[in-house]
Design a protein around this ligand. Structure first.
Ligand code: TEU
Length: 561
C-alpha cells in the first residue's frame, strides 16, 4: 500500500520546529535584550535538543510598538539584535548543523515608520494607495475594532484621512488590492529566500483581503468587523499568487498564522494542492476563554471533552490531504504547563503535553523554554508588563466602573498575558537566570533558581531529556509523524488515548490528563501486544496493555504488534 498522495513524505512534515523569540532568548552584550549573538552562542544547545528547524520571530528594524511585529525596514536587522552579518552567522551556524531557518513574514501591516507609510501619508506616488485610507465625516469610516481593542481607524493629521489598522495604530494595514504593494512584498520575499532562508511563518496571513466598500461589521462579534476581514474575498487568490510568484521557485516551508480559520478553510489554504504547507489555527486557544464585548479575557477552566473534540476534528479533518501545525503555546499565549497542565505536577504534566504534541499527526512547534517546563509569571503590577495587548486590556478594563485597580483584574492578566511567555529563558540559577549580565528588559520569572536549563540538562529524568527522547522516537517511527489518528475511549473523563496507524506500524498513546489516578485498560479497546517506547513515569519496560491504573499526568507510548 502506498501513502495517500497528500501524505507524501516531506522534510517539513518530519521536522520539529523550535520557536525563538530573540528578545528573550539570550543576551550576548549585556544590554538586557536578547540578540542574534545570543542565539549564535546557543546553536549547540539547539542541536543537542535535536530540533530540525528554527523559527525566528521578527528581527527586522522596528520601533517596537508590538515588539517587532511593526516593521520599519524589511531588509535591515534591528540594532538591538545585531547586524546582517550577525544574522548570516546564525543562519550559517544553523545550516552547518543541518537546522533550517524559518523567518517571520509580517505583511498584513508595516510600522507607521516604514518609508512606504511616510510617503503614503504625504501622497507621494506610487505609495499614495499603499495603505487603506478613507475620509471620515463624523468619525471612523466604519465600525471595525482593532484586535487589540479600540477602533481599527486612526485619523492622520498629515493626510487628513483615516487609515485602517487591525492591530495597534502604529501598525497600518497594507492595501493588498494594490498590485504595486504585492510586487514589492514578493520582491522582498525573494530577497530573503535568495539569502537561503528556508521558509516563512506568515503573520495573520488570512487578514490580507478586505471586502470592497469595507462594510460595517456585525455588532455581535467580539471584535467588530472580524467576519469581514478574516478570510476575506480575495484571500485565496493572494495566497495562490504568493505561491506562484515566489514560493513555487523555492523549497520553502510555509506556515500561515490564521486566527478564526476552520478545518474546512484550512483544507483549501493548506491542502496538498493548496498554496501553503500548513496553518496555525486557534480553536484550542479558545477552550478556556469566553470572549465577550465587555471582557475579551473572561477565562474559565477548559474541559477535556472539548480538547479531545477539537483536536480530533482537526486530526480527522486534515487527513490525508492536509497537514497540521501543532502548538500549545507561543509568544502570544500563556505557558502550556500552566494552562493545559498543572504547576503542582509540573514535570509530569510538561512531559505529558510534550508527548501529546509530538505524537499527533502534524509538525510540532516547541516554544523556547517549553523544553524545561517554564511556567506563567507572578506579575505584581502593571509596571512590570511590556506587551501592548496586555497594556491596552488593562487600560480598557480600568475605565470600567466595576474595576477599581489592577488587583481586580490581576487573575486574568496572570493567566492570559502574552508577557507570560516572553520573560527571559532560564539558563541557569545565576543572577538573571544567566540570560543577561545587564538589567533584563522584562522581569525574570523568580522560579529560575529551580527551573533552568543547567539543572534540566544535568538530570537524566528532566523534562529536557524527555524532549530529546521524544524527538528521537518520532524520528525512529514514521507512524508518529504520518499515521492516521483514531480516538479511543472518547467519553473517558480523564484519559485521552488514541491510535496512530500507517501501513507498517501502529502506535498507541495514552495520556492521563488529570491530577487524579485514572482507571483505563488499553486492552479493552485494542487487540494484541504492545512494546512500551516512551513513558513519563518510571514504569517497567514489561508494562502491558492490561495495566489499568494510571498516575496523575501519566503518559505512555506503545508500539503495537
Ligand atoms: O498574532 C495574531 C493574533 O491574532 C494575536 O492578536 C493573538 O490572537 C493574540 O495576541 C492572543 O493573545 C500575530 C503575532 O503573533 C502577534 O505577536 C502580533 O502582535 C500580531 O500578529 C500582529 O502582528
Amino acid at each position: 500500500m502506498t501513502q495517500p498522495n497528500g501524505d507524501a513524505r516531506s522534510w517539513w512534515k518530519e521536522a520539529v520546529v523550535y520557536q525563538i523569540y530573540p528578545r528573550s532568548f539570550n543576551d550576548s552584550d549585556g544590554d538586557g535584550v536578547g540578540d542574534l549573538g545570543g542565539v549564535y552562542e546557543k546553536l549547540d544547545y539547539l542541536d543537542d535538543l535535536g530540533i530540525d528547524v528554527v523559527w525566528l520571530t521578527p528581527v527586522y528594524d522596528s520601533p517596537l510598538a508590538d515588539y517587532g511585529y511593526d516593521i520599519r525596514n524589511y531588509r535591515e536587522i534591528l540594532d538591538e539584535f545585531g547586524t546582517m552579518a550577525d544574522w548570516e552567522r546564525v543562519r550559517d551556524g544553523l545550516h552547518e548543523r543541518d537546522i533550517r531557518l524559518v523567518m517571520d513574514l509580517v505583511v498584513n501591516h508595516t510600522s507607521d515608520e516604514h518609508e512606504w507609510f511616510e510617503k503614503s501619508r504625504r501622497e507621494v506616488d506610487p505609495y499614495t494607495d499603499y495603505y487603506i485610507w478613507r475620509e471620515g465625516d463624523d468619525g471612523p469610516p466604519n465600525n471595525w475594532d482593532s484586535m487589540f481593542g479600540g477602533p481599527a481607524w486612526t485619523y492622520d493629521e498629515v493626510r487628513g484621512e483615516y487609515y485602517l489598522h487591525l492591530f495597534d495604530p502604529k501598525q497600518p494595514d497594507l492595501n493588498w488590492e494594490n498590485p504595486g504593494v504585492r510586487e514589492d512584498i514578493y520582491e522582498m520575499m525573494r530577497w530573503w529566500l535568495d539569502r537561503e532562508v528556508d521558509g516563512f511563518r506568515m503573520d495573520v496571513i488570512n487578514f490580507l483581503s478586505k471586502p470592497d466598500g469595507l462594510p460595517d461589521g456585525h455588532p455581535s462579534q467580539v471584535v467588530t468587523g472580524s467576519e469581514q476581514f478574516i478570510n476575506g474575498p480575495r484571500l485565496e487568490e493572494y495566497l495562490w499568487e504568493i505561491h506562484d510568484r515566489v514560493l513555487s521557485e523555492y523549497d520553502a516551508m510555509t506556515i500561515g498564522e490564521m486566527p478564526g480559520v476552520s478545518v474546512e478553510d484550512a483544507r483549501a489554504y493548506a491542502g496538498s494542492d493548496g498554496p501553503l504547507d500548513m496553518v496555525f489555527h486557534f480553536e484550542h486557544m479558545r477552550l478556556d476563554s469566553k470572549e465577550t464585548e465587555e471582557d475579551p479575557w473572561d477565562f474559565h477552566d477548559w474541559e477535556l471533552d472539548d480538547l479531545k473534540a477539537t483536536f480530533t476534528r482537526w486530526q480527522e479533518g486534515l487527513y490525508p490531504e492536509s497537514w497540521n501545525a501543532l502548538y500549545l503555546n507561543n509568544h502570544d499565549q500563556p505557558r502550556q504547563v500552566s494552562r493545559f497542565g498543572d504547576e503542582n505536577y509540573r514535570e509530569e504534566s510538561a512531559k505529558l503535553l510534550a508527548t501529546f504534541l509530538h505524537t499527533l499527526r502534524g509538525t510540532p512547534f516547541v516554544y523556547q523554554g517549553e523544553e524545561i517546563g517554564m511556567t506563567n509569571v507572578p506579575f505584581e503590577d502593571v509596571d512590570e508588563l511590556e506587551d501592548v495587548e496586555t497594556i491596552r486590556y488593562v487600560e480598557r478594563m480600568l475605565e470600567r466602573d466595576d474595576v477599581e485597580n489592577f488587583e481586580d483584574i490581576q487573575d486574568a492578566v496572570l493567566y492570559g498575558s502574552r508577557d507570560n511567555a516572553r520573560t527571559p529563558v532560564q539558563w541557569s540559577a545565576e543572577e538573571n537566570a544567566g540570560f543577561t549580565t545587564g538589567d533584563p528588559w522584562l522581569k525574570v520569572n523568580p522560579n529560575y533558581t529551580d527551573i533552568n536549563v543547567e539543572d534540566a540538562r544535568a538530570r537524566p529524568d528532566s523534562i529536557w531529556q524527555y524532549y530529546r527522547r521524544l524527538i528521537d522516537r518520532r524520528n525512529e517511527h514514521p507512524v508518529l509523524v504520518y499515521g492516521q489518528y483514531e480516538l479511543l475511549a472518547a467519553d473517558h473523563p480523564q484519559i485521552y488515548a488514541y491510535l496512530r496507524t500507517n501501513e507498517d506500524e501502529q502506535a498507541l498513546v495514552v495520556l492521563n490528563f488529570s491530577t487524579e489516578r485514572a482507571e483505563f485498560s488499553p486492552a479493552d479497546h485494542i487487540d494484541g501486544e504492545g512494546e512500551l517506547i516512551l513513558a513519563n513515569y518510571d514504569v517497567p519496560q514489561s508494562a502491558t496493555l492490561e495495566d489499568g491504573l494510571w498516575q496523575p499526568y501519566e503518559a505512555r507510548v506503545y508500539l503495537l504488534d
